[in-house]
Design a protein around this ligand. Structure first.
Ligand code: TXA
Ligand code: MG
Length: 316
């Protein structure tokens, strides 16, 4: 296990300086933990990709701390994108925008777009703004897991998954459990109307209150690894919506009883709790060495739809 560092103002300052000198800093956000590096530093970005095992043609989100910083990374920002930023930043929303010449191929996966997000978690925001005050422009951070595996929602998840691959200059900042537990909503803003590429806590209904959206199903418009059919997967086989049998794991709302001999991995009382506990429950299934995890998916729209999306990819 790689040591995790308890958060303090001194630690945040040190982490911001480490990022500027090319180190990797894993940090908490309200969605999941990110594996952060200086988004202008090609060598650091390459090391982060290698640690994640991520193909270099998959782009990474750049995290900033204020709307003023968008112009460094993006050009031609449409009015609806500005409105979305005003409404949902800081928060669980990533916007894909036409890139500026500062957003290099090594963070955009060679595509003409850049992904930007201002997270709301205070540790994340402090880290990013301290990094920017010291001369940086943005922190490139994918979820801090190996490519295709489950996103981490605690510092110890990061440590157990990637700790062996980190160097002594790198840091894992402990900010407790991620509040939301599933990754940000991704919205493509490179066309006439916004289009949702990945579901998250900023829901379709919330977005529609700000702007009409594009429902056109043009599937190969942009590569988003979170939209690969198999993603967010544990080692155990994940099966949806059938009765769990003895020695299988079970994830379901608390209203579903646990059949005899079944190992209950999570019994959230609400959809919000379901999202928060989902990834740690899948991880626990692996820790316990279970062969099969049954998930009873929550009904309804909004966050429930994001949960169904992640579980169905985990089961693919
Ligand atoms: O909640 C989140 O979004 C977390 C936290 C750490 O911010 N990050 C996250 O990053 O989930 P990652 O890399 O695991 O997933 C981001 C997704 C990927 O599927 C990537 O392909 C897509 O965003 N993405 C990033 N930049 C993009 C771009 N320029 N064009 C298209 N897709 C992009
Ligand atoms: Mg990810």
């Amino acid at each position: 296990m790689y040591p995790v560092s308890q958060c303090s103002l001194e630690l945040i300052e040190r982490a911001a300086s480490s990022l500027l000198s090319g180190a990797i800093v894993a940090f908490p956000t309200e969605t999941v933990y990110g594996l952060g590096v200086d988004a202008d530093n090609q060598t650091a970005v390459a090391r982060m990709y290698a640690i994640k095992g991520r193909p270099t043609d998959h782009p990474v989100i750049v995290h900033i701390s204020s709307i003023n910083e968008v112009d460094y990374w993006a050009k031609s920002v449409p009015q609806f994108a500005i409105e979305l930023m005003r409404k949902f930043w800081p928060g669980a929303m990533t916007l894909i925008l036409p890139r500026s010449d500062k957003a290099k191929n090594f963070i955009t996966g060679g595509q003409e777009f850049v992904g930007l997000r201002i997270p709301s978690n205070t540790i994340a925001l402090n880290l990013i703004s301290s990094f920017i005050k010291k001369g940086g422009h943005g922190i490139a951070a994918p979820s801090a897991n190996r490519f295709g595996s489950i996103s981490p929602t605690s510092a110890s998840d990061v440590s157990s998954e990637l700790g062996e691959l980190l160097d002594k200059e790198d840091l894992i900042i402990d900010g407790g459990e991620s509040e939301i537990g599933v990754e940000s909503t991704i919205i493509n803003c490179s066309r006439a109307l916004p289009r949702i590429l990945r579901l998250g806590a900023v829901t379709e209904a919330m977005i529609r209150e700000v702007t009409p959206i594009d429902l056109d199903n043009d599937l190969n418009e942009i590569r988003v690894s979170g939209s690969l059919t198999r993603h967010y997967s544990p080692k155990a086989k994940v099966i949806l919506d059938r009765e769990a049998k003895p020695s299988e794991g079970l994830i379901a709302l608390a209203e579903f009883p646990t059949p005899a001999g079944v190992i209950r991995l999570a019994e959230p009382k609400t959809v919000t709790e379901y999202a928060r506990s989902l990834y740690s429950a899948l991880r626990e299934g692996d820790t316990k060495g279970l062969q099969t995890i049954v998930a009873i998916t929550p009904k309804g729209e909004g966050l429930a739809a994001a949960i169904r999306d992640r579980i169905s990819r985990a089961s693919a």
